[in-house]
Design a protein around this ligand. Structure first.
Ligand code: FE
Length: 292
């Protein structure tokens, strides 16, 4: 058994997206800064409505999946297919844009805290032009595993072995598997507690620490994971995180790498320039999301 260690820190950068939503971007903050197949990770967190009220008015996506996980606040999404949903605290929207989707993501509050994450997960070339689909996952559908040493783990995707039991998340927990085989955990540890879980060897993995502080890696040689930064892990069989005196909250993301060329132009992520040009042309002519 090899415990994974920190190999790279991707600091988050303050930026704005949509119609002016302030956020912190780690993966995706610069060209080529990603952890295959994860393309981007945004954390939005503000108590000031001016930072989020403008939301994300209608915009397209093609070629990948977006995963929105709310911690606080309400966001309503609507798409060109007539789907709509309201994401509240603890809810997840797992949207497979694939061939194309045009949607809006708008805050449903004018005061209070808005906090959550949006992750972009790439699709393999042969799935980039399949029909769009999405799932709204209510907080109650997400299993919470209590850790013997204190703390808890929410299993959003994957079926990790936790406390000796395999716990299936609502996405990729069994049955139909996404080909990137993602693992998505939200972990909370009290002061001094240790979290350890297997991660499939050969899968790329990173952590994102959003509250408190912790060290990561094998006992004795663990390294600190900076606040609001993505910590990329070496290959290995498991991950080990120990909370500092403040306790810690962090995300664990892992998936099978695609090892394919990534050509991105804004909300379109394809394998070649020609496919990007096609996406732009399809969007301009109103055919982005229509059947082939
Ligand atoms: Fe979007």
């Amino acid at each position: 058994m090899t415990t994974r260690s920190l190999t790279q820190i991707i600091e988050s950068i303050a930026t704005a997206d949509g119609a002016g939503v302030k956020l912190r971007r780690s993966l995706g903050s610069q060209r080529g800064v990603h952890v295959d197949p994860f393309l981007m990770l945004d954390e939005f967190y503000s108590d000031d409505a001016d930072d989020y009220l403008a939301g994300f008015p209608a915009h397209p996506h093609r070629g990948f999946e977006t995963v929105t996980y709310m911690l606080d606040g309400h966001m309503r999404h609507e798409d060109h297919m007539g789907n709509r949903g309201d994401l509240g605290p603890g809810d997840v929207q797992w949207m497979t844009a694939a061939r194309g989707i045009i949607h809006s993501e708008m805050p449903q509050q004018s005061e209070g805290r808005m906090r959550g994450f949006q992750l972009w997960l790439n699709l393999p070339s042969q799935e980039k032009m399949k029909p769009a689909a999405y799932r709204d996952i209510a907080a109650r559908e997400i299993p919470v595993v209590k850790l013997a040493g204190g703390g808890e783990v929410k299993v959003i995707a994957g079926a990790p072995l936790l406390e000796g039991v395999s716990t299936a998340g609502p996405v990729n927990g069994g049955g139909a598997q996404l080909s990137t085989d993602p693992l998505y955990l939200d972990v909370r540890l009290p002061a001094g507690a240790v979290f350890s879980a297997p991660i499939i060897a050969g899968h790329n993995a990173f952590l994102y620490l959003y509250e408190g502080s912790a060290t990561v890696g094998p006992e004795g040689v663990a390294k600190p994971l900076p606040h609001r930064a993505a910590g990329v892990l070496s290959d290995g069989d498991d991950v080990r995180v120990q909370a500092d005196a403040s306790g810690v909250r962090f995300l664990v993301l892992a998936a099978k790498p695609l090892r394919e060329p990534v050509v991105q132009y804004g909300p379109f992520v394809m394998n070649t320039r020609e496919e990007i040009e096609q996406a732009v042309a399809d969007f301009r002519s109103g055919r982005l999301a229509s059947a082939a």
